[in-house]
Design a protein around this ligand. Structure first.
Ligand code: ADP
Length: 493
């Protein structure tokens, strides 16, 4: 069994909070006991982070040397990719192919951010008087980063890399169910900071309860920015806390993303894309395409084939290279997904496939749930409106483009959308009419660090990724530098 310490103010030690048992959801076995951080640990970490952020060794470090630190972290992540991938599979249940890709994407995030940092420019603005005007960007100080359990290393890196690149210190709180990868990444960052003789208190990793440890980080007066990925209700709570302190907050929240199959789509491609879009990661993805809209004329043909193929998906442990649908992150989460399917039944849904945990000894102890297709419900049903965050797809027919757009946009969420059509003009038109931060056309769930990502409506505020990813972690300052020799008007008095 692994037992891990937490990282408080540059020191590895046992947290002073309650022990968190973390399980392998494929077996239900406890794989590690992590002593959570306490409120005193938060106080110590944030105070030390504020000092570290102001340490001239860090604050005055030129951008290209900060970039070197990020490359070094990426080197370590790549070197340890197999170990990190195995750890993440044990902690989250995800397939090894996916966790390996997430680890490599985390390394890529550090490298891309290093490149963005080295090439970011401040501006000399057009002068309107006898002065030179400049707009410069400076670190905020201490960033509180709060991450969810579904893709830990990728979401940790997406916050850590730009926050450090911007010149801040970071206090990171991973999710209770999956603290191990954030701690492992913390060890690598700590090693890179030590090697570069930089203040190690620039990063603390504090696992613990969100409502206690997360809340204390958010409310701490020395924390100047909150970056969060997680559920919409929690995001709203954090936004209130940030409003009280008048600090910036960026929120990547939930989704109930439509995938749309038009009557002229390449159905073979659409079938593969729709299935991958919702059932990969066992549906535990904010961008899962969990509402399927199919043109009424092709509805039965498409949904019938989709159900036939979904029934053949291979459900198994993330360690088996043949597995397509791995266990959910935790038995409690599996139960919440199952409760949603029961609710769908009460709402009058037809369960076209799945709708239960798989049977058999090999599944008995794991947090498994069969990939499920539901239909027969209106878009107003709760299972069409609420995020289930599991392998559950709800299918609906549409009549024409206006009907489709009205139904697709009838959601509090606005995170992502997929369109399957051969008609380019229609793809362009519909993509622009859908309320979503990302629209995929004839593809789905493709991600690139070089393209901004963010949600509309209840799916979030702000964006991550893209060339300007560092700016969200900086504050802007204007400088007026007098160049005239004549005194200002009042000087004569
Ligand atoms: P999910 O719905 O994906 O479980 P949550 O929004 O509950 O997501 O959790 C995402 C992260 O937010 C986790 O690290 C969790 O511990 C943290 N969290 C939950 N509640 C709060 C809170 N009140 N304040 C700060 N962080 C919180």
């Amino acid at each position: 069994m692994l037992a891990d310490e937490v990282l408080v103010a540059g020191q590895w030690r046992q947290g002073r909070g309650a022990p968190i048992k973390t399980i392998d959801p494929a077996t239900g076995q406890v794989i590690a006991t992590v002593h959570a951080a306490s409120l005193d640990d938060v106080e110590e970490a944030v105070t030390a982070a504020a000092h570290a952020a102001h340490d001239p060794a860090w604050r005055e470090l030129p951008a290209h040397l900060r970039a070197r630190l990020l490359h070094r972290i990426a080197d370590f992540v790549e070197r340890d990719a197999d170990r990190l991938s195995a750890l993440q599979t044990a902690d989250t249940g995800k397939c090894r192919t996916e966790t390996r890709a997430l680890v490599l994407s985390a390394a890529g995030t550090f490298r891309y951010t290093a490149a963005a940092l080295e090439t970011a420019e401040d501006a000399i603005t057009p002068s309107r008087g006898p002065y030179v005007t400049m707009s410069v960007h400076e670190p905020i100080g201490v960033v509180g980063a709060i991450t969810p359990w579904n893709s830990p290393i990728a979401s940790d890196a997406q916050k850590l890399a730009p926050a450090l690149a911007a010149g801040n210190a970071v206090v990171l709180k991973p999710a209770e169910w999956t603290p191990l990868v954030a701690l492992a990444l913390g060890r690598l960052v700590h090693q890179a900071l030590t090697e570069a003789a930089l203040p190690t208190a620039l990063l603390s990793v504090l696992p613990g309860r969100g409502s206690v440890i997360g809340d204390a980080i958010v409310r701490h007066p020395a924390v100047g920015k909150i970056t969060f990925t997680g559920g919409t209700n929690t995001g709203r709570t954090l936004a209130h806390a940030a409003a009280d302190k008048l600090i910036p907050v960026s929120l990547e929240l939930g989704g109930k993303s439509p995938t749309i199959v038009f009557d002229d789509a390449d159905l073979e491609q659409a079938l593969a894309g729709v299935m991958y879009g919702v059932f990969s990661s066992s549906g535990q993805s904010c961008i899962a395409g969990s509402r399927l809209f199919v043109a009424r004329s092709r509805y039965e043909e498409f949904v019938g084939e989709l159900v036939a193929r979904t029934e053949k998906l291979r459900v198994g442990p993330g360690t088996d290279p043949d597995t397509q649908v791995a266990p959910l992150v935790h038995h409690k989460h599996r139960d919440s997904v199952a409760a949603y399917v029961d609710l769908a039944r009460e709402e009058g849904a037809t369960v076209r496939c799945g709708g239960a945990a798989p049977e058999g000894d090999s599944y008995r102890d794991g947090a498994y749930y069969l990939p499920t297709v539901l239909d027969g419900l209106p878009n107003s049903a709760r299972v069409c409106q609420e995020e289930i965050f599991g392998p559950v797809l709800v299918a609906l027919p549409f009549d024409d483009e206006d009907d489709l757009v009205a139904q697709a946009n009838d959601s509090v969420y606005g995170l992502a959308c997929g369109l399957w059509t051969r008609d380019h003009a229609k793809a362009w038109r519909v993509a622009r009419r859908i309320d979503a931060g990302t629209v995929w056309i004839n593809t789905y769930k493709q991600f690139s660090i070089s393209t901004p990502f963010g949600g509309l409506k209840d799916s979030g505020i702000g964006t991550e990724k893209g060339r300007d990813l560092i700016r969200g972690y900086q504050r802007q300052k204007s400088l007026y530098w007098g160049t005239g020799t004549a005194p200002l008007p009042w000087a004569a008095n």
